[in-house]
Design a protein around this ligand. Structure first.
Ligand code: CO8
Length: 261
């Protein structure tokens, strides 16, 4: 796989791409070059038909401690407005394959927002989330005000964003922002995320992609529009070989052999 400067990529399972943020000295602060590399690696995995799911992680100490404050601090309004600063963060949301965030340590500011852009968040018991932008005289800029509010509700999101306080893995789980907390120990969250990604990658890729598409539609559409959209996509599944194979395998009491077609 490609050599990058700020991230590492690997294939811990034949059908799983693992992307590791790798700026240990800066607690994986998200500088612009890191983002370009991350987007490139995500697109590559999305286009590789042998990849079924993606895991995004950081280090034991930090998933990511936010956007790079040192890179941002001297920017002027004219720079950020003209160049549409942070616009490329949205690239991640165009990826069709499932992305699992394996979060250990700090996930602050842009780091928390990055996790929220993923499809599933698994947290180590050491995970520490927060939107501390208020302490820097700014506001969340990577979707925190929207995605965190959707994930945990208005009152909690207001508290977190207005006070800037860190919240724990336990709180994040109780509030429904992370799907679960894994066992203690270095590397456990990545191991569990890779196992989950492997399981997802064993399904038919077309149905997996469609699941992601319809669940995400729940954030954009009214209930009636969403239900209609889901039913149309469901109907579309009957044009795939994987539907024939999956249902035939059930009737024949055997395991399906999906061909992603
Ligand atoms: N940017 C740049 N450098 C950072 C960042 C950061 N966000 N976080 C940590 N670092 C650097 C430190 O400066 C330090 O570098 P050096 O050794 O050269 O001094 C190194 O990483 C280690 O950090 P600390 O010594 O501070 O480590 P501690 O264990 O004492 O503290 C903390 C860890 C609590 C995480 C602390 O580093 C901290 O508070 N970091 C900043 C957290 C923060 O405010 N994050 C929000 C940033 S603003 C933001 O994300 C806006 C989002 C905009 C949208 C982005 C698009 C999605």
């Amino acid at each position: 796989s490609k050599q990058y400067e700020h991230i590492l990529t690997s294939r811990p399972e034949p059908a799983v791409t693992l992307i590791t943020l790798n700026r240990p000295k800066a607690l994986n602060a998200l500088c612009s070059p890191l983002f370009l590399e991350l987007n490139d690696a995500l697109k590559q995995a999305d286009e590789d038909s042998s990849v079924g799911a993606i895991v995004l992680t950081g280090s034991d100490k930090a998933f990511a401690a936010g956007a790079d404050i040192k890179e941002m601090k001297d920017k002027e309004f004219s720079d950020v407005y003209k160049n549409n600063f942070l616009e490329n963060w949205a690239t991640m949301t165009t990826i069709r394959k499932p992305i699992i965030a394996a979060v250990s340590g700090y996930a602050l500011g842009g780091g928390c927002e990055l996790a929220l852009m993923c499809d599933i968040i698994l947290a180590s018991p050491t995970a520490k989330f927060g939107q501390p932008e208020i302490n820097l005289g700014v506001i969340p800029g990577g979707g925190g005000s929207q995605r965190l509010t959707h994930a945990i509700g208005k009152s909690r999101a207001m508290e977190i964003i207005l006070t800037g306080r860190i919240f724990t893995a336990e709180e994040a789980e109780k509030w429904g922002m992370v799907s679960r907390i894994v066992g203690e120990g270095e590397g456990v969250v990545v191991k569990d995320a890779v196992a989950m990604a492997k399981e997802i990658a064993s399904k038919g890729q077309i149905a997996v992609q469609a699941c992601k598409e319809v669940v995400n539609a729940a954030y954009e559409l009214s209930l009636n529009e969403g239900l209609r959209f889901e039913r149309r996509i469901f109907h579309g599944m009957f044009a795939t070989k994987d539907q024939k194979e999956g249902m035939a395998a059930f009737a024949e009491k055997r395991k399906p052999n999906f061909t992603h077609s």
